[in-house]
Ligand binder design. Sequence first.
Ligand code: CAA
Length: 294
Amino acid sequence: MRALACSPAPSIRATWISESLATATSRVVPIWSMIAPVGYEHILVDIEAPIATVTLNRPKVLNALSPELIREVNIALGELDADETVRAVVLTGGPKVFAAGADIGDMADRTAVDQLRRDQTGRWAGIAAFSKPLVAAVNGYALGGGCELALMCDLIVAGDTARLGQPEINLGIIPGAGGTQRWPRTVGKYVAMEAMLTGAPVTARRAYDLGLVNKVVPAEMTIEIAKRTARGLAEKPPLALRMAKEAVLKAFESPLSEGLAVERKSFYFLFSTEDQKEGMHAFLEKRKGVFKGR
Ligand code: CAA
């Protein structure tokens, strides 16, 4: 396991990584271990290749999502997206709480112009654009922006203590990071409307019944089961995973004909990959496929 230090600037890191990948014959020394660590303040990043875990780490304020924390999550996911040794990522708030939403202390006295200028919720776009499988491990509260963050992930493993909801209405605002759009697309109009208008959270069990989470597990097992899920995904062909994810997300954003066109092109494209040859020949030879993302 290695902890990932925060680089000075993601664009510089992306260049370093791509250069190192182009020239490296061995990956014994990861390139970021040579970079002077600046360190994350609000998150923890552990890489246990082929998976990584990003943990929100502001326990005193129930992982309230400050702009700095969001920035760090964006940087970390950008780095993990570029890291070829990482094939799936777990995003968690740790054993007690996922995140109690955007940082109310940070927002309370802001004006509309402040919010527009700093594009508070637009910053989430980088997280939603992560190209590898992202598994949320949710214990305790996932409220407001915390719930929206979980809904940006591809799979959600919920501990039996999880409570998911959008309480923004009680603060005189509405969700700003996708809640009003992702809830109805996932659970339908009436359940979504109830969640947005009442602000009342749903339990893990109810979330499972609604199709809002993939599974409910004992809270002490949530992170381990999410990691196990991520490790399983990490054995699958990475390019096919990426295209499957893109195609499913397209279903939320486009008419059927457009989504089908994306699916068809990705399907044909995958026949140009080594992984497709490996997957099909492994099946015919009755062995397990070993995929390289090529
Ligand atoms: N922002 C800032 N601080 C927060 C916070 C938040 N969203 N949620 C909790 N905290 C802080 C509390 O102020 C408290 O700090 P102090 O110890 O310094 O007083 C600490 O975390 C512990 O919280 P509580 O004492 O309130 O803990 P509790 O167990 O009694 O209640 C809770 C837990 C029900 C989650 C409650 O904290 C709560 O209602 N939090 C706010 C939830 C919320 O409204 N989220 C939506 C935010 S807006 C948003 O997210 C917009 C968006 O879509 C982008």
